[in-house]
Design a protein around this ligand. Sequence first.
Ligand code: UGA
Length: 467
Amino acid sequence: MVMNILVKNLLFLYSFVSCFGCNGSSQYTVSILGTGYVGLVTGTCITDMHKNDEVRVYCLDIDSYKIANLKKGIIPIYEPGLSELVQKNIARNMLFFSDDIAETISRSNIIFLAVGTPTASDGSVDTSYFYNALEQVVKNISRNPTTLVLKSTLPIGTGKKVTGYIKQHADPSITLHIVSNPEFLREGTAIKDTMNADRIIIGSNASQDLQDIQQLYSPLIKKNIPILYTDLTTAETIKYASNSFLALKLSYINEIANLCDKTGANIQQVAKGIGLDKRIGFSFLQPGPGFGGSCLPKDTLGLLATAKQWGISLNTVEAAVATNEYQKLMPYRKLKKYIPGKSLCNTTIAILGLSFKANTDDIRYSAAIPLIKKLQEKKAHIQVFDPQAMEHMKRIFPNITYCDTSYKAIENADAVIVLTEWDEFKNLDFSKVKQLMRDAIIIDSRNLLSIATLRTLGFAYNGIGIS
Ligand code: UGA
């Protein structure tokens, strides 16, 4: 057994040295199909972790406008540190962008499929972008061997289907290695999460499929980041099971927070008290207006759809989703304690924060969307501010008032709802806030602010699970 591990490691080291050889030429041409969050961060981080002669990474997209901007270093998302890293690796002559998918694929020996897999109207996963991309790849591969990395979050069982598709459609003279390598980065901390990942999961159905991906990730493996090798289906399941577990944990703490609201217990201390148990841990115990973003909502529904296909009930995940739907309007319910629904007509409500969480401009499944809809129904006047997400929200709600600063949004407001935990909201001058407001009501849906300060200043303050 020990001998086996030793031989495996020696073989790995040998192949690493021989592949990233001393001839100074770039050994890997990597294509990343899809320049969304995952594709862009993955491509940029791969270049950044390697020496100049080791890899060339091509981020590909059918959106020529996006590609033209990326070539100039203009990135389409707000992600701390990403723009600088993209520019650095363009300058290192390692990171490239192209809309010529066929030509770039034909030159690549590692191809990541990182296109979006949104939720379809029936709650299942819409894999149409993925299969279109796969078709393009299979038509154009020409390097032998080529590794195909399934990076998009794909329904459990997709890896097996891809293997079947390739047997039928790919050039049989080319050896294609298929691996599943799910993504665990969080928006807002995506670079750190990639460079210092908690783990790397690599699924494959044959050990010979692993060599190139192991070499590509060797800088991370050398940092002792745990790496778990599984089969394809297991790797796919780990992705869905991880995100669904986070969703369960969050819905649980949100329900306990709602209970604290009734009993008078303090959720912050409850969370600390349970998080001190190492088996539970502190993360994902911060109550709020439910989980949003592109991943947890999508992947919980995706897992439920898969379970349904197999005739299995995932009651816990179903409950987490239902709790989350309820939780999203919790800030509105809290507001109604002070201003009943009927009386909201002609009031001014300020919303601070539109993105689904801080440090991102992403508004997908943000709690701001159902809240604004509800306030519009009640004919309230809505003034909003977000440091990054306002342009996106304008496309959904063009007729609310977008303000340049928090203070502008607060002016003449009857109540303020803090919806996203941006640092700058914590540091507002609340004496000034009070002077600007018509009535001093604050709904703090992230438990972000200092209750003592606000109460001393005479605000009616309402957090989540804190009385
Ligand atoms: C999530 C996972 O955390 C990543 O591991 C995964 O790679 C990613 O999905 C994905 O599948 O691509 P992300 O969607 O960026 O990452 O956001 P999280 O940081 O997980 O937050 C999700 C939601 O939970 C947010 O709405 C956030 O505000 C909320 N949340 C999180 C809380 O309300 N309280 C917490 O304590 C933690």
